[in-house]
Design a protein around this ligand. Structure first.
Ligand code: PMP
Length: 422
């Protein structure tokens, strides 16, 4: 049934029904939060053992005293584990502080102030710098790009990666210096960049000699099904296409161990890593090696990480299932919404009737359900169609999630019915 098939009387009846459901929802006095992709306390508890490590044995495998200064590249025993998981050579992988966002921030700031190894001049000295932003995408990428005055141009993020016809066209312009990508279980649509799209990104000719792909592999091992999707080998593809410095890959243990006290990684060409290390060497004498050592001891090896991720999955998958079940049962019969069914990552992407996303978020807020602001997944916070809502099911309990999603479904229907009456 679509709303278009209904008579005005039927729509009015539907509004009355949903308005009554909405009144009941408001009087329930909920305070629920689906805004951010934070791990739930039960997920953090999985890594409780970390807190007791490394104990008295604070020497790394090569004898390094991890309590002391130094070791800018990060501990090799931890880099070995993640090199295997990220499918990059260990000497092309750095282990640094607790947040990959910090490494992305550094990359942007160093490029603006100093230029990359391939830049004719610092980006800040160009008339204008432009980044390609696949949408929907990660709001913090867009906020960071905006902060440093880089103009953002959206392209559609499809099931297998960004719209390559649009990307190919944009990179003809030398002002276009880079692009964001979350290649695996993208935030928020769950899309996975295919090997073919990655190969095109690596090989395409760009007018800017210093074009960069910020390949944010935040969800490389965050599977929600038996299928362990392997990310495309962007570094290998770039090197093979004669553009070894094009891609920088980021990852972290934020959603593997502790979101606020994990370890972040950067993988790239040797030249890019030398550039990065020379620059961060001015702001730190070395990362927190004690934390890296406790991670290496706790995780043991790549299999250890995958086993831990299976435990996360046991907590997360039922939450995603609950959201999908409610979306299907409440909205499936009406042509008012579509949603992603992700095989990994932290989000479900909900597209509602055009022009109603902000209204849905407002209705939900007034009923005590906090959703990510409408438009968040777009540059400048503006969804041109006002239809996209990012759902983050990880943090609430299943009971809270069910209550919140019943409420969200009511808000989606009410806003759609209001709109169709005009
Ligand atoms: N990248 C993406 C795509 C994310 O969704 C997140 C967390 N929401 C991050 C990066 C943040 O990673 P970190 O904690 O390593 O800074």
């Amino acid at each position: 049934m679509t709303f278009d098939d209904l008579s005005p009387d039927q729509i009015r009846a539907l509004i009355e029904e949903q308005a009554a459901a909405y009144d009941a929802l408001r009087s329930a006095g909920l305070t629920l939060d689906l805004t951010r992709g934070k791990p739930a306390p039960a997920q953090l508890d999985l890594s409780a053992e970390l807190l007791a490590l490394p104990g008295d044995d604070f020497r790394a495998a090569d004898g390094t005293d991890t309590r002391n200064y130094g070791g800018l590249n990060g501990l090799v025993e931890l880099r070995e584990i993640f090199a295997e998981l990220l499918h990059v050579p260990v000497d092309q992988l750095l282990a640094e502080g607790n947040a990959s966002l910090e490494l992305m921030h550094d990359t942007i700031v160093f490029s603006m102030l100093l230029g990359t190894p391939d830049s004719p001049r610092p980006w800040a000295q160009e008339d204008e710098v432009v980044f390609i932003c696949p949408v929907p995408g990660y709001d913090r990428h867009f906020a960071l790009t905006q902060k440093y005055g880089i103009r953002m141009v959206s392209v559609e993020m499809r099931e297998d990666g960004p719209d390559m016809a649009a990307v190919r066209e944009l990179v003809q312009d030398p002002k276009v210096k880079g692009m964001w990508i979350v290649p695996t279980y993208s935030n928020p649509s769950g899309a996975v960049v295919s090997e073919a799209v990655a190969a095109e990104l690596a090989a395409m000719e760009t007018a800017a000699p210093d074009f960069r792909i910020l390949w944010d592999n935040a969800y490389a091992v965050h599977h929600l099904t038996d299928e362990r999707t392997k990310s495309a080998d962007i570094l290998g593809l770039c090197a093979a296409s004669g553009h070894p410095n094009r891609a920088l890959m980021y990852a972290s243990t934020s959603k593997i161990t502790f979101a606020g006290a994990g370890v972040a990684f950067l993988a790239s060409s040797q030249e890019n890593l030398d550039w990065y290390l020379a620059n961060i060497g001015k702001r730190t004498i070395g990362p927190d090696k004690l934390n890296q050592l406790r991670h290496a001891r706790y995780l043991r090896d790549a299999e250890g990480v995958l086993a831990l991720m299976d435990k996360h999955r046991q907590i997360l998958a039922p939450k995603f299932d609950a959201v999908l079940e409610i979306l299907e049962s409440r909205l499936g019969g009406h042509d008012v919404a579509t949603w992603s069914v992700p095989k990994g990552g932290y989000f479900i992407n909900l597209d509602v009737v055009e022009g109603t996303a902000a209204r849905v978020v407002q209705l939900a807020k007034e009923a005590g359900i906090a959703l990510t602001p409408a438009g968040s997944s777009f540059p400048y916070g503006k969804d041109p169609l006002d239809r996209n809502i990012r759902l983050a099911p990880s943090f609430p309990t299943i009971e809270e999630l069910r209550a919140a999603m019943e409420g969200v479904a009511t808000c989606v229907l009410l806003a759609a019915a209001e709109k169709s009456l005009g």
